[in-house]
Design a protein around this ligand. Structure first.
Ligand code: ADP
Ligand code: K
Ligand code: ZN
Length: 432
């Protein structure tokens, strides 16, 4: 196995040692920000008393609301003149929050990103096209600097404009891509529609992430675009992409424990879950200067995958993100995550690449309708054939969700798409 950095194969003892040293430094630094100065005092934690990774549970948790309330400068632990960049979260679940970087912060982020890309098999000789939106969103510049750090010829294509994306891919013989999974599914649909053979497309690797997606979505992207797709996890509060990434085994994402302390907590009790159980991922930065964050509640649900990875890297793996705690829908008393629906739909061969989940209320009862795009060749006017597809999908979803949604079949490419993160849930309940 080739590695980008020796940190990838530190022993578990060495990782704990690095974490302890960096945590002590991080807490002292955090205490310089107005927010943590007050929060640590309130919780009675003397920054100098934090000397080991085992002290982590004594530290207070940080939430997205804390970030919002201390907007714009309350979390800043460095002097203004040391800052060189600002990013914001994309605001998927409310008003945005800002994150600041010093020059060192950007360098360590690019190094982590390069480490991830190398792990997925990208090398200096690759031509890399970044199809994520540039701007405040970290998937643009974050990935871009990683690719340049690795030495790839890097094309900052940005999001959208599918015809131009395909032209760039062909003209410059692009071998590796970064693309948001919902857009990758859309692009795959265009490739199929234009009758292109995926084997004629030069890219062999795609990095997909920034939003929840199912294993079925990954499989479709791989088959329809003729490449290997690697799951990429990150969030602005922890830099952005580069936090956890799949290796060649595509079996969970190695989370870089020399740069982050990760805990998985029960979101209700805030106690650690049992080994291997699903809970909320909570993370502490270990190398950040401008804006260290302590025990940040990501709201993302995942678990540590028990055991070691066949690749030999020692950093623990997290499972594919099941969804955000905020994404959970409660229909007729049953908890449902959109990813459960995607996983069922994309395993149905007649289903095209897009779907929409609509919640509405009839009387006092919440109803779930799933709008499903059907591939053109199946969207014939034979009502009976369509009726049987509809029934089959309803049955499969009932088995998975334990409630029976209404199914509406619609033509391929008729549902809304987005250049950025997909928003596939439409909640009409409070608008009725
Ligand atoms: P926002 O929270 O506004 O979307 P970010 O752009 O910082 O802001 O997005 C980070 C979030 O995106 C994560 O907390 C997670 O919910 C989601 N995310 C990022 N990468 C993945 C991934 N590979 N799988 C599932 N969800 C992801
Ligand atoms: K190069
Ligand atoms: Zn591995």
């Amino acid at each position: 196995m080739e590695i980008f950095h020796t940190a990838e194969v530190l022993s578990r003892d060495e990782i704990a040692h690095v974490q302890s040293r960096r945590l002590a430094r991080t807490v002292k630094r955090a205490a310089k920000s107005p927010f943590y100065k007050a929060r640590l005092a309130q919780t009675g934690v003397d920054p100098d008393s934090i000397t080991s990774v085992d002290d982590i549970s004594r530290l207070p948790l940080t939430t997205k609301d804390d970030l919002r309330e201390s907007y714009p400068f309350g979390m800043l632990a460095d002097e203004h003149r040391e800052l060189v960049r600002l990013h914001a979260s994309s605001g998927t679940t409310g008003s945005p929050t800002v994150v600041y970087h010093t020059d060192n912060d950007l360098r360590t982020w690019a190094d982590l990103m390069a480490r991830c890309m190398f792990m997925a098999g990208i090398r200096k000789d690759d031509v890399f096209q970044n199809m994520a939106g540039y701007g405040l969103f970290t998937g643009g510049l974050g990935i871009h600097y990683g690719a340049e750090r690795l030495g790839c010829l890097t094309i900052p294509a940005g999001a959208g404009n599918t015809a131009r994306q395909l032209k760039l891919i062909r003209d410059f013989n692009v071998t590796a891509l970064h693309i948001i999974p919902s857009y990758a599914l859309y692009l795959a649909g265009v490739v199929a529609e234009q009758g292109m053979d995926p084997r004629d497309l030069p890219p062999r690797i795609a990095l997909i992430g920034a939003e929840p997606h199912s294993e079925e979505a990954r499989r479709r992207i791989e088959e329809m675009l003729g490449l290997k797709a690697f799951n990429s996890y990150g969030l602005s509060e922890m830099n952005g992409p580069g936090v956890a990434f799949e290796c060649e085994h595509q079996d969970g994402m190695h989370l870089w424990e020399d740069s982050y302390i990760a805990e998985i907590l029960n979101p209700e009790t805030l106690e650690p879950v049992a080994e291997g159980e699903v809970g909320e991922l909570v993370m502490t930065t270990l190398t950040r200067e401008a804006m260290p964050l302590l025990r940040y509640r990501t709201r993302d649900l995942t678990r540590f995958i028990p055991g070691e990875c066949a690749c030999g890297r020692t950093h623990r793996r997290i499972d594919r993100i099941a969804g955000r705690a905020d994404d959970m829908l409660i229909i007729k008393g049953v908890n449902i995550y959109p990813m459960q629906i995607e996983q069922v739909l994309l395993a149905v061969p007649e289903v095209a690449q897009n779907y929409q989940i609509v919640l509405h209320r009839e009387g006092f009862i919440d109803q779930l309708t799933v709008r499903v795009e059907i591939k053109e060749e199946f969207f014939v006017e034979d009502m009976r054939a369509l009726g049987s597809i509809q029934k089959r999908i309803a049955g499969l979803l009932r088995n998975e969700l334990l409630v029976t949604p209404r199914i509406e079949l619609v033509e391929a490419k008729s549902l809304p798409t987005s250049d950025g993160k997909a928003s596939r849930v439409v909640d009409m309940r409070d608008k009725q």
